[in-house]
Ligand binder design. Structure first.
Ligand code: PMP
Length: 445
């Protein structure tokens, strides 16, 4: 099948991309037979690699039985088993699972559950959800209102209720030591200040990505931050929502990233790596007491038609089994350490790399003009787009996010599938090395 001359799809990409033919493991091939290493697992989605035979077999088996059963008409075995498995992986007490088809839907669900809980317990004045700047929580209007990234939110602001934001803890920009607990407390205390300024009785929830994703470029919180955030939320009756849409699913080396700090939220959301690209799937996992409050008060006024469809759930279950069987969280930790070490070596050779960060296989580097000021490269060089295109030409896919406002560099997420080996790490580093050299040649012309 050749592609039509004119595309009738519209996404935000600047240019037409190669046509995908096949994908296996960490590799993808276009219809001309060119091979790419998927250095970002799509958008940090395909965590267990492409075309896993056991997942495909589980999906085939389910397809032969049924592909859709409306959740209010039937219970299905895949949804029940996946909910049980998810609850077993989640923190103590978070054992109620609500399926959705993606990350934004999961975030919307968390906001609405939190709100209905507040109403149910007689705290209806709680309506504000505090989030961070920068952050990304989704593109639907509710989730977008929590997103701290002006280029995406500004056009829609008149249509959304303004929600309070606190700065994400970017110690590397502020010249603070992320290993020092005082740094974590410094940023976490901004939450308490904000809660007090707004009036604690008006705050419904605080939402945080335990390890940042596209917005902050794999930002790992400073020591002491996550624990302090938990304490502050509990002190003021504010629900803590962990957005693990990108960080969940094992990529950071633990199934949920917050396990690194041994901190439990009241509600968490997961999507991308949950069914790892085999089906559109996400989930909100909530503490049983919150769900009981809402159900006792008359039920959860929320739900999506495709939620919990058996084919997506069969895929999700097979993905979780594969992660366990192949010990992929441990592999993400070990391979991530190796890859981060190699990226740090690249930073020694290329002064335009301003920072390397991340946890497990959720890693990023930042391109800057000047490491002391962390100023971005001049816009007119268009280095941001060039690097992505050059890497494509070199058979490497990386995920980029341009930073607007000039307060830090542009960042590139390096997040290959959790099945990656040391050989794949070497390929990624070679691809980046060549691409950075070619970029420098290009921008010095
Ligand atoms: N939250 C986070 C942390 C994300 O990274 C994303 C997607 N990039 C979302 C929410 C929204 O997920 P989706 O695109 O599946 O709606």
């Amino acid at each position: 099948m050749s592609r039509p001359e004119t595309s009738h799809l519209f996404y935000q990409t600047r240019q037409r991309r190669p046509v995908l033919d096949q994908a296996r493991g960490v590799y993808m091939w276009d219809v001309d037979g060119k091979r790419y290493l998927d250095g970002s697992s799509g958008a940090m989605v395909c965590n267990i690699g492409h075309s896993n035979p056991r997942v495909l077999e589980a999906m085939r088996k389910q397809m032969d039985k049924s592909t859709f059963g409306y959740r209010l008409h039937f219970e299905t075995e895949p949804a029940e088993h996946l909910a049980a498995k998810t609850a077993s992986l989640a923190p103590e007490g978070l054992d109620k699972v609500f399926f959705v088809s993606g990350g934004s839907e999961a975030v919307e669900s968390a906001i609405k559950l939190a709100r209905q809980n507040a109403v149910a317990i007689g705290e209806a004045q709680r309506t504000k959800v505090i989030s961070r700047e920068p952050s990304y929580h989704g593109c639907t209007l509710g989730a977008l209102a929590l997103t701290g990234y002006a280029p995406l939110t500004a056009p829609f602001e008149p249509m959304m209720r303004p929600m309070p934001k606190i700065p994400a803890p970017r110690a590397y920009l502020d010249g603070l030591d992320p290993e020092d607990e005082a740094t974590g407390h410094h940023y976490a205390d901004m939450l308490e200040e904000r809660i007090l300024a707004e009036g604690p009785e008006t705050i419904l929830a605080f939402i945080v990505e335990p390890v940042g994703g596209a917005s902050t470029g794999a930002l790992v919180p400073p020591r002491g931050y996550m624990k302090r955030i938990r304490e502050i939320c509990s002190r003021y009756g504010v629900l803590l929502i962990h957005d693990e849409v990108m960080s969940g699913g094992g990529r950071t080396g633990k199934f949920f990233a917050a396990e690194h700090w041994d901190v439990d939220p009241d509600i968490l959301v997961i999507s991308k790596g949950f069914a790892a690209g085999y089906a559109p799937l996400g989930a909100m996992v909530a503490h049983r007491d919150i769900v009981a409050n809402v159900l006792d008060a008359g039920g959860f006024l929320h739900g999506f038609t495709y939620a919990g469809n058996p084919l997506a759930c069969a895929a999700g279950l097979a993905v979780l089994e594969e992660i366990e069987r192949e010990n992929l969280c441990a592999n993400a930790a070990a391979t991530g350490t190796l890859l981060k070490g190699e990226l740090t070596k690249l930073m020694e050779r290329y002064s335009i790399i301003g920072d390397v960060r991340g946890e497990g296989l959720l890693l990023a580097f930042e391109l800057v003009d000047d490491r002391t000021t962390m100023r971005p490269l001049p816009r007119e060089l268009n280095a941001f787009n060039h690097l992505v295109d050059i890497a494509y030409d070199n058979g490497l896919i990386i995920y980029s996010r341009r930073t607007r406002g000039g307060y830090c560099g542009d960042h590139f997420l390096i997040a290959p599938p959790m099945i990656s080996t040391s050989g794949h790490v070497a390929e990624i580093i070679d691809g980046l090395d060549i691409s950075l050299r070619q970029l420098l040649d290009r921008i010095s012309q």
